[in-house]
Design a protein around this ligand. Structure first.
Ligand code: PHE
Length: 344
């Protein structure tokens, strides 16, 4: 008998779905007050046989917890809506606001970068994140034994036919796809996600974002590359930002350089972010190696051009002083809500 009652009331409680705070109060009066159902069932429990007590004791306690938990949930549900409930008929009350999401900082910065280059006549182009060896390495003049192909850096995807694929390690693969698909002039900007086999820490991640740039035409020179990037830095970080180029090496550019800007945080005085040097590297660049043009069926005697690739995370860190890369992919609302919200 008692068991049946508990079962029946449990079902009623499970199905209880209040639509006002009055419903919540009625629930309390029915189940939880001193003459309510919970207490009454405990009274009945005293009368059952010792044998039954052994089984029913647990069931009854669970029932009590269920009723209390349901009441607590329902109470919380209506706590914030109290004002409305008290004034149910007051149609002059303002509507309840709802908060909009905000744009991810990386999306904001990517958009800003793309807008600057669009004004210079660059189009936006994208390519796949799962790439073959040709587009990610071979066409870009990586020798067969180049360490970047190593398992250490690249995530490979095994395929049954033996033609393994890789998660692209840089957006330079999109340069190749673009050039293979047509003939110069090319003037394109290529944003996207890239992957490297690195342990996740505040300073490194196994995926991040890059923006690649490519400009191929007749008579393009290193001076064009420098002028384009000077303009970009001034637009993004302001006129007083200093720029310097350091010679570097990439298999797909010759000559190659890395570009530093004066640290936006300490203005060149030296701080933690620039490790005291006053400079921060933001991109790699260079004149496209003639071998790459030839690999893409572009006449390297007639055409020349430049390419560059920058990490969006790095550019964003400098703009917003974000010290831990992991924040970008943890989806912590407290972090994300600090950035501009926008109706799309
Ligand atoms: N792909 C290079 C990197 O990921 C950057 C780069 C792009 C360098 C284009 C030169 C030209 O580090």
């Amino acid at each position: 008998m008692l068991h049946d009652k508990i079962k029946q009331y449990s079902e009623e409680i499970a199905a209880f779905s209040p639509s006002s705070s009055a419903d919540v109060e009625n629930f309390r009066l029915k189940f939880l007050v001193s003459k309510g159902i919970v207490k009454t069932l405990f009274e009945e429990f005293k009368e059952v046989s010792t044998e039954e007590k052994r089984v029913l004791g647990k069931v009854l306690n669970e029932f009590k917890q269920l009723a209390e938990a349901k009441f607590k949930d329902a109470q919380e549900q209506f706590a914030s809506a109290k004002v409305d409930l008290k004034n149910e008929d007051d149609l002059t009350l303002p509507g309840q606001g709802f908060s909009l999401g905000s744009r991810h900082p990386l999306s904001l910065v990517r958009k800003e970068i793309v807008e600057i280059f669009k004004k210079l006549g660059f189009i936006v182009s994208e390519g796949p994140e799962i790439e073959d060896d040709w587009h990610n390495f071979s066409a870009l003049n990586f020798p067969p034994e180049h360490p970047a192909r190593d398992m250490q850096d690249t995530f490979f995807i095994k395929k049954q036919d033996g033609n393994d694929m890789a998660l692209r390690t840089h957006t330079s693969s999109v340069q190749v796809r673009l050039m293979e698909a047509g003939q110069p002039p090319f003037r394109a900007i290529m944003p996207g996600r890239v992957y490297r086999n690195e342990a996740i820490s505040a300073r490194a991640h196994c995926f991040f974002h890059q923006v690649e740039g490519l400009y191929i035409d007749e008579n393009v020179s290193f001076a064009d590359l420098k002028q384009t990037l000077y303009h970009f830095v001034k637009e993004l970080y302001g006129d007083d930002t200093k720029v310097r180029f350091r010679p570097s090496y990439f298999p797909f550019t010759e000559p190659s350089a890395e570009m530093d800007i004066s640290c936006t945080i300490c203005k060149g005085a030296g701080c933690q972010l620039c490790k005291g040097s006053g400079w921060v590297e933001i991109l790699g660049c260079g004149m496209v190696d003639p071998n790459v043009l030839d690999n893409c069926n572009i006449d390297s005697k007639k055409y020349s051009g430049f390419a560059f690739g920058m990490g969006i995370e790095r550019v964003t860190n400098l703009k917003y002083e974000i010290k831990d890369l992991r924040l970008f992919s943890e989806n912590d609302v407290n972090f994300l809500a600090q950035f501009e919200s926008e109706i799309i």
